[in-house]
Design a protein around this ligand. Structure first.
Ligand code: SAH
Ligand code: DHB
Ligand code: MG
Length: 209
């Protein structure tokens, strides 16, 4: 973390619920790649400020960002979370239940592209999106989010800097190229009001007009 990131992080009290989730991920030897605490707080704030009622998350891992999103939902709101790996989805479900959100969460296991197609076929719409799964598919996930969005929906996406690879011209792999394309679209797509936060690993924000 940069000095300013460390400074601001130090001001917040410990969050035991989220610390337990990080511990559960560590215990199982799963990748420790939950969203940064500062961005988790931002997800809660944005969901609450926009009165989110139907949030869609792509990439659940252990449920850290899911709990952050669920905390911000309006009364009666729901979180739909898409996760490829059954064992990750199971942990996310258990962690969301332990946080008191069992009845607000719908966990869909499988490749997100298939799940998104099914959600569209079912006529589902969402007012808040968090994109945080396989980076090569970020441009496709952005397009899906716009298609499934209610007007005014908010889209957030993690890891727009790919630990610096996004800015390194020597890096030309599929994930890096996809992320550059995604970042340009956030900045230029006329259907969106877009913004980029450069702290931590980068977070994109957009509102669907
Ligand atoms: N949002 C989580 C972290 C997600 S890490 C949090 O902050 O708490 C990325 C997740 O995306 C991993 O759990 C991974 O299994 C999942 N994933 C990767 N490719 C996927 C795909 N094609 N469809 C659905 N999930 C996928
Ligand atoms: C990494 C971090 C993430 O937040 C993520 O979603 C995927 C990968 C990483 O640092 O490798
Ligand atoms: Mg991430």
């Amino acid at each position: 973390m940069t000095e300013p990131e460390v400074y601001f992080e130090s001001l917040f009290p410990e969050d035991r619920e989220l610390a337990r989730i990080e511990e559960s991920i560590r215990e199982r030897g799963m990748p420790e790649i939950s969203v940064e605490p500062a961005y988790g707080r931002l997800l809660t704030l944005l969901a609450a400020a926009t009165g989110a009622k139907a949030a869609l998350e792509i990439g659940a891992l252990g449920g850290y960002s899911g709990v952050c999103l669920a905390r911000g939902l309006r009364a009666g709101g729901t979180l739909t979370s898409l996760e490829l790996k059954p064992e990750y989805a199971e942990l996310a479900r258990a962690n969301l239940a332990a946080a008191g959100f069992a009845d607000k969460v719908e966990m869909i296991v499988g490749n997100a592209a298939d799940s998104l197609e099914k959600l569209e076929a079912d006529g589902r719409k969402f007012d808040f999106f968090f994109i945080d799964a396989d980076k090569e598919n970020y441009p496709a996930y952005l397009e899906w989010a716009i298609r499934l969005a209610e007007p005014g929906a908010v889209i957030a996406a993690d890891n727009t800097l790919l630990r610096g690879r996004t800015l390194n011209p020597d890096k030309q792999g599929p994930a890096v190229r996809a992320m550059r394309e995604f970042n340009r679209r956030i900045a230029q797509d006329e259907r969106l009001i877009g913004a980029h936060l450069p702290a931590f690993d980068g977070l994109a924000l957009a509102m669907v007009k």
